[in-house]
Ligand binder design. Structure first.
Ligand code: HEM
Length: 538
């Protein structure tokens, strides 16, 4: 066998180190053959034709030709950082997850993103932001794949292709390149009124954050925590930025997008480089795991709902600190593969129909994006826990698996026999009772209320926040070509609030319609306003 190229810790050694560092005294081909010149093609004389026999030219250009991989189908533009999560232990009473035990420190990788723009689009567009965290826990990888808005556009994942088709640029002209102002987006969100709540959040300052460092993050769905005895608690995850929640105003955002389209990624990288490490507290809202899965009348399986913090306070459970920039954008930020189904013992899912679709979608899309099924072997995706998965071969396999018997039990390799008790610490799905019911393609009755939560959000805003929201709707609807879409937009606003509808109608020069259903009686939730909001609360 040749010289070892990988140390026992997995770090490259010797010649391998020089290869990945891309430094050294001389260049070689990919096959390790030394080169004397990489600037001139092989030609028949200095002014003659280039020769096909130039193996170095062919290898160099061939590799360059294949440097790009497909961008993510959504969340294509992102920026990321490494860090550490330190758990307070305050969640240990409701979950057995090791990474939430007292004083446990877990390495993390966090990727922030816009949803709709392409990889080269601007940062400060009006859009939802992704906030995806990979925890490399001692029990395997846990991904919390969240957004900076606590609700989602749709209630069922089967509509995800539709909402994204509507939100991406028009198929004919590829305009606009981000979420702002287009007919298909406004057509969708006014026809599918479950999108009203999320749309209202994006029309507020939340859609144009000042900095990734100043955004909240949300797991959105209700998850299920499981303790050591198997007792369960329903939970919503929150990230609370230590710097408070701050937004741009629209005029600033527009100028920034022209002057510095990299504004957010620059801000994140510069802050970390300067030692101003961004921090978030992870918090949980907990709810009893009752068969109804509701809390104070709010359906916890409907991802267009929040639970006001006044009804269920967010309890801090740990601190996230981002302290290291990636050293290679492609290898880390681009090749990282998050998945809502990467769970660890102590954290389980619920029957939210949006979450169910995500459990399929992420792995599926990554097979295309990352070229086959072996992307968990990429350095950024590798768990920090031992892996013995019996998975073999496939495109871009880099492991040289040993043994002849990749199945369990086997009597040939002596690998992984069934031993009593060896499964302690395994991921065991919670034996939740499935209701006896006929197969149907329909939503529950409780998913039909699309306006009372948006109304609560609107009524919870301060005056200046309301002005920003009115300005955003007026700008966005005003840019729609179709009068019918603008009018339908106003009809949706009429079902949220008369003042909001009238102000936008005036801006558009259109009559304000009347609501089509009685406005809900709701109590405002001051915690929804971001004005002067800091964490922990002053
Ligand atoms: C990517 C969040 C719903 C499909 C992402 C990312 C985030 C995210 C943060 C970017 C991950 C990264 O930085 O690499 C969410 C949230 C959702 C949601 C919070 C709802 C609560 C859905 C649904 C689907 C879906 C319903 C499909 C049925 C995808 C796909 C990607 C993605 C295909 C690209 C993944 C990749 O290429 O690696 N999502 N998403 N998402 N999401 Fe979602």
């Amino acid at each position: 066998s040749g010289p070892a190229t990988v140390s026992p810790t997995g770090q490259p050694t010797g010649a391998e180190q020089a290869r990945v560092a891309q430094s050294g005294n001389y260049l070689t081909t990919a096959q390790g053959v030394r080169l004397y010149d990489t600037d001139h093609s092989l030609k028949a004389g200095p002014r003659g034709p280039v020769l096909l026999q130039d193996h170095h030219l062919r290898e160099k250009v061939m590799h360059f030709d294949h440097e790009r991989i497909p961008e993510r189908v959504v969340h294509a533009r992102g920026a990321a950082a490494h860090g550490v999560f330190r758990s307070y232990g305050t969640a240990a009473s409701v979950t057995k997850a090791a990474f939430l035990a007292e004083d446990e420190e877990t390495p993390v990788f966090v990727r922030f993103s816009t949803v709709l723009g392409s990889r080269g689009s601007a940062d400060a567009v009006r859009d939802t932001r992704g906030f995806a965290t990979k925890f490399y826990t001692s029990e395997g990888v846990f991904d919390l794949v969240g957004n900076n808005i606590p609700v989602f556009f749709i209630q069922d994942a089967i509509k995800f292709p539709d909402v994204i088709h509507a939100g991406k640029p028009h198929p004919d002209r590829e305009i606009p390149q981000a979420q702002s102002a287009h007919d298909t987006f406004w057509d969708f969100v006014t026809l599918h009124t479950e999108a009203t709540h999320h749309t209202l959040w994006t029309m507020s300052g939340r859609g144009i954050p000042r900095s990734y460092r100043m955004m909240e993050g949300f797991g959105v769905h209700t998850f299920r925590l499981v303790d050591a005895e198997g007792a369960t608690t329903l939970v919503k995850f929150h990230w609370k930025p230590r710097l408070g929640v701050h937004s741009l105003v629209w005029e600033e955002a527009q100028i920034i997008n022209g002057v510095d389209p990299d504004f957010h990624r620059r801000d994140l990288a510069d802050a970390i480089e300067a030692g101003a490490y961004p921090q978030w507290e992870l918090g949980i809202q907990t709810f009893p795991d009752t068969p109804e899965q509701t809390f104070e009348g709010i359906d916890l399986l409907d991802p267009t709902n929040i639970v006001p913090e006044e009804l269920a306070p967010v309890q801090p459970v740990g601190l996230l600190t981002l302290n290291r920039n990636p050293s290679n954008y492609f290898a880390e930020t681009e090749q990282v593969a998050f998945h809502a189904g990467h769970l660890v013992p102590g954290v389980d899912i619920t029957d939210d129909p949006l979450l169910a679709g995500r459990l399929f979608s992420y792995l599926d899309t990554q097979i295309t994006r990352l070229g086959g099924p072996n992307f968990p072997q990429l350095p950024i995706n590798r768990p920090h826990a031992p892996v013995n998965d019996m998975l073999r071969d496939g495109m871009h396999q880099t492991a040289v698996h040993r043994g002849v018997a990749p199945y369990r039990p086997n009597s040939l390799d002596g690998g992984c026999p069934f031993v009593a008790g060896a499964d302690a610490g395994a991921y065991v799905e919670t034996p939740v009772r499935v209701p006896e019911a006929a197969k149907v393609r329909e939503a529950p009755e409780s998913f039909a209320d699309h306006f009372s939560q948006p109304r609560r959000f609107w009524l919870s805003m301060t005056r200046v926040e309301r002005e920003h929201i009115i300005g955003a709707y007026t700008f966005e609807l005003g840019k729609c070509y179709e009068q019918a879409v603008r009018e339908r937009g106003l009809r949706v606003l009429a079902n949220i609030d008369a003042e909001l509808c009238a102000a936008v109608a005036e801006g558009l020069g259109l009559p304000a319609p009347r609501p089509t259903e009685p406005l809900a009686e709701v109590t405002p939730s001051p915690a929804l306003s971001q004005l002067g909001r800091s964490w922990p609360a002053d």
